[in-house]
Design a binder for this molecule. Structure first.
Ligand code: SF4
Length: 345
């Protein structure tokens, strides 16, 4: 390891943090384990990762909010004497934190509003998956070849797996269940067909998500009584990932669970509405499938997906049939194992 330690500041959404894990691995291979500043919510996703030395929680909307919180965290970071900071998140706040940390080398994307504060500005690829775009932050410096790409990875512990297995055992759910993730922060990204899909599947169904997804999850459970169970808000993030790891397939919107499934290698059916995989956040597995309304002219309508359809009809999601999603589930999870899907029988 050359010089002092390395800092990565990534305080974006959960999915972004998961997609940053290949960058963390590449940087750790080059410089030794990296410290990461991230949100308290995202911290469990990376604190067990072998590339990570320490996780420093930055509660930017809670206890650390405002200039005082930024200054206080900056002082803590400065004491660690970082040689370099990498800034995958392009915000002024991340840039200010790197400056306050006193890291003499600060690498970020050239198209960032805060690029003037960086000492190294890396071109941000305009195409490709977000994983590769983030990896571009580490590439290309003299004597710093981009090392072999690491996978998107969450390091599950034995406790995480035991918690997931105990949860499944307590409900009598065995192998071969289908996991459903009906939630999203953005309203228009939520496909409204999850309850009907749960009813259309013959096998066990487990709904995953955060506490905020519990009402959605209950509606799905109610559609398949005795066969569907909600884990929304009941397990930690890594235990949720361990649960997804046990599933035959995950059906998800363009949201964080998609990236959890990528990290644990579970086949994915991704339902895209106002956004498109070309934005760089699609599934990456060879067997994964995307279900989308390919011919709708208004797609995509925003980078994240608005809360409410600006045209009022939400056809991008409303016209995606349960049959098409159920067929995709059968295809990614193995038709033989899932011939019990009722749709089309
Ligand atoms: S404008 Fe089109 S893409 Fe955007 S939410 Fe409405 S139907 Fe979906």
């Amino acid at each position: 390891m050359a010089g002092g330690p390395t800092l990565v500041i990534q305080t974006a959404f959960l999915g972004d943090v998961v997609l940053t894990t290949p960058l963390l691995a590449v940087l750790a291979e080059r410089h030794g384990p990296v410290d990461v500043v991230t949100t308290p919510a995202a911290a469990p996703l990376i604190e067990t990762h072998p590339a990570v030395g320490a996780v420093i929680r930055y509660d930017k909307r809670g206890g650390d909010r405002g200039l005082r919180g930024l200054w206080r965290l900056g002082a803590r970071l400065r004491a660690r004497r970082y040689s370099r900071a990498y800034l995958p998140h392009r915000s002024w706040r991340s840039a200010a934190l790197a400056l306050l940390a006193g890291a003499p080398e600060r690498t970020g994307f050239a198209d960032s509003p805060a690029a003037v504060t960086y000492t190294r500005r890396m071109p941000r690829p305009t195409a490709g998956h977000e994983v590769e775009r983030l990896l571009a932050l580490a590439g290309g410096g003299p004597g710093e070849p981009l090392l072999g790409a690491a996978p998107v990875h969450i390091a599950l512990t034995a406790d995480d797996r035991a918690a997931a297995d105990a949860w499944l055992r307590a409900r009598g759910v065995g192998p071969g269940f289908v996991a459903l993730a009906p939630g999203s922060i953005w309203g228009t990204k939520r496909w409204p067909g999850y309850a009907a899909l749960a009813a259309a599947l013959d096998g066990p169904v487990v709904v995953v998500g955060g506490r905020e997804d519990a009402p959605l999850a209950e509606a799905v459970v109610a559609a398949a009584p005795g066969r569907a169970y909600s884990a929304a808000g009941t397990l930690g993030l890594r235990a949720s990932a361990a649960l997804i790891a046990r599933a035959a397939a995950l059906v998800t919107n363009d949201s964080a669970p998609l990236h959890l499934a990528t990290a644990v290698g579970t086949p994915i059916v991704a339902v895209f509405g106002p956004t498109v995989p070309a934005f760089g956040f699609g599934p990456r597995g060879a067997r994964d499938l995307v279900v989308e309304h390919a011919s709708l002219a208004c797609r995509p309508c925003s980078a994240h997906g608005p809360q409410v359809c600006p045209l009022g009809h939400h056809r991008c999601m409303g016209e995606l049939s349960v049959e098409s999603v159920a067929a995709a589930v059968a295809a990614v999870s193995g038709v033989e194992a899932h011939r019990a899907i009722r749709t089309g029988r």
